[in-house]
Ligand binder design. Structure first.
Ligand code: AMP
Length: 537
């Protein structure tokens, strides 16, 4: 018989502090200066956070809302909360006030821990949050802001707290974190991660065919810790004993570049961040001196981004797909031997797919009747998944989020090829169905952004009397340019059959986005409807 080794997240930080204690953890603080820390120091502070929370009456299973940027301090909070037996509810500051109020009340947060600059968000909504007992401002006493709220200073709170008490123990299936889906329709839904699911997810994500993380890496999560479980990076890095760089709240390309040049080897964010960085690099004729791998997901990554990173800057792109409900990793596009053997250009085509899953994730595609579809590289279907870190039931929901056989419908439409590589073609709510056939909006957008004057593109369906729906393409031009629509159409003609081409290509000043930076097609379709948009004859 083997020992019963509980899969609790506190053990991850214990491991880092014991075996990689002096690995540098560097970050930009909200107060301004760069902070230099180590896993040993993060561990000590996390212990103090846990002790402080317990001293304030936090009990096992209590929920604490955290609204904070990626900082060194946030790492200690990230571990201190579950270390006290509580549940870390990540809060996205870009959510609308109504949504924040809804999720904080729905999750029954008892305390809020908030970065200095984000406190005004709570000043505006506190009247609607009857359950909040304490608000802890994540700064020291010298930087405490003027506020009408009754607040506690984090620095004062943890000072003098013991840094060596054991973590609150318990079953590995106890809750550890909550993240709500961005929810373009209806109320946001709460996904509850357990200690076990987070540990298994981190183990799976770190594997060589996934993000391949090691103690030789220096990891910079640009993706905020409040976006989809922080893509697991705050678990992966200490588990691997990697060092970290934390960018704070400055997400500008120059700000990120400065941090990347501190020795970062691995980083992760959504495509728009990298589009901005690549423009900055090109304009300033800059190079990336230490970066080796970049994880890009959350939305489809255009081929041009992959190509530029790899060919111009020598940085390997890992195109990934996942979702809040999957903790979030679903698949990563790393090269199996079959793909490694291909010429460069064909490998780039494979990188338009989101790759294949780790052992802990299973997937399949089905038709509308729920019947399995073949993995032939052409047939599209609804993408279903199950796994060790995939949602079973949303918080307080009356029913499971999975079908009778335990499969969760991701809401994405995909093609799978014979090698098990997945190509995401659409959200099922956003598919364009013309004459009974699906046209991939994602592929159309990626094709359009390959034009140098196109900053962003969105393909949506417009109702059509004969074909049900026809695609149109909205383009946001790169500042100071006016893209030529004939040139864009020629690009599309290389990839799409004639009947799939958009009926109209038009310029817009901006596109509507969700709080996690995805284009909101729902809102765009509504905008067109409100404007009385009609297809050209
Ligand atoms: P979220 O839970 O906010 O992270 O959103 C998850 C959704 O983002 C997925 O269901 C997909 O629709 C979309 N998504 C994530 N990664 C990709 C990708 N690489 N390509 C296309 N869509 C993606």
């Amino acid at each position: 018989m083997m020992q019963n080794f509980p899969l609790r997240v506190g053990g991850i930080l214990d491991h880092a502090a014991r075996y990689h204690p002096n690995r540098p953890i560097i970050g930009r603080s909200i107060e301004g200066p760069i902070v230099n820390s180590t896993w040993a120091a993060v561990h000590r502070e996390a212990k103090q956070v846990a002790a402080a929370l317990k001293s304030l009456g936090i009990k096992k299973g209590d929920v604490i809302g955290v609204m904070a940027w990626n900082t060194v301090r946030h790492l200690s909070v990230w571990y201190g909360i579950p270390g006290a037996g509580a549940v870390n509810h990540t809060l996205n500051p870009r959510l609308f006030a109504d949504q924040l109020v809804y999720i904080i009340n729905h999750a029954e947060d008892r305390f809020i821990m908030v970065d200095l600059d984000l406190l005004p968000i709570f000043e505006a909504i506190i009247d609607k949050l009857p359950n909040i007992e304490k608000i802890i401002v994540l700064t020291d006493s010298a930087h405490m802001p003027e506020t009408k709220l009754d607040v506690i200073c984090y620095g004062d709170l943890i000072e003098g707290q013991p840094d060596n008490e054991p973590w609150v123990s318990g079953d590995e299936n106890e809750p550890c974190g909550i993240c709500y889906t961005s929810g373009t329709t209806g109320d946001p839904k709460g996904v509850v991660y357990t200690h076990r699911s987070n540990v298994l997810h981190a183990l799976a994500a770190a594997a060589p065919d996934m993000v391949n993380m090691s103690s030789n890496d220096c990891v910079m999560p640009v993706v905020p810790l409040f976006h989809a479980n922080g893509w697991s990076i705050a678990y992966n890095a200490p588990m691997a004993g990697a060092s970290m760089v934390l960018p704070g709240r400055d997400m500008s390309a120059p700000g990120l570049y400065e941090m990347l040049e501190m020795g970062v080897t691995f980083t992760a964010a959504v495509p728009t961040i990298w589009l901005g960085l690549l423009q900055h690099l090109e304009a300033g004729k800059l190079s990336l001196s230490t970066l080796k791998r970049v994880l890009i997901g959350g939305a489809s990554c255009p081929r041009a981004v992959v190509e530029t990173f790899q060919k111009v800057y020598g940085v390997q792109v890992l195109h990934a797909w996942g979702m809040t409900e999957m903790s979030p990793l679903g698949t990563i596009c790393s090269f199996k031997p079959e793909v490694n053997a291909l010429p460069d250009d064909e490998r780039l085509t494979v990188q338009e797919t989101v790759g294949h899953p780790p052992y802990t994730v299973d997937m399949k595609i089905v038709n509308d009747m729920g019947e399995d579809l073949p993995w032939d590289g052409v047939t599209q279907g609804r993408l279903l998944t199950k796994g060790a870190a995939v949602v079973q039931r949303y918080l307080k929901a009356k029913e499971d989020a999975v079908n009778k056989d335990g499969w969760f419908d991701t809401g994405d439409v995909a093609i799978i090829d014979a090698n098990g590589y997945v190509r995401i073609t659409d959200r099922s709510k956003d598919v364009i169905k013309s004459g009974g056939e699906w046209i991939s909006s994602i592929e159309m957008e990626n094709c359009a952004v390959a034009h140098p004057d196109v900053a962003e593109a969105a393909a949506v369906a417009v109702p059509h009397p004969k074909w049900d729906e026809r695609p149109v393409l909205a383009i946001v031009p790169v500042e100071g340019t006016s893209p030529n629509t004939d040139e864009i159409m020629s690009l599309l003609e290389k990839r799409f059959a004639k009947w799939q081409l958009p009926d109209d290509i038009f310029m817009v000043d901006d596109l509507p986005h969700t709080a996690t930076g995805k284009i909101s097609k729902l809102e765009l379709r509504q905008r067109l409807k409100d404007q009385g948009y009609t297809l050209p004859k």
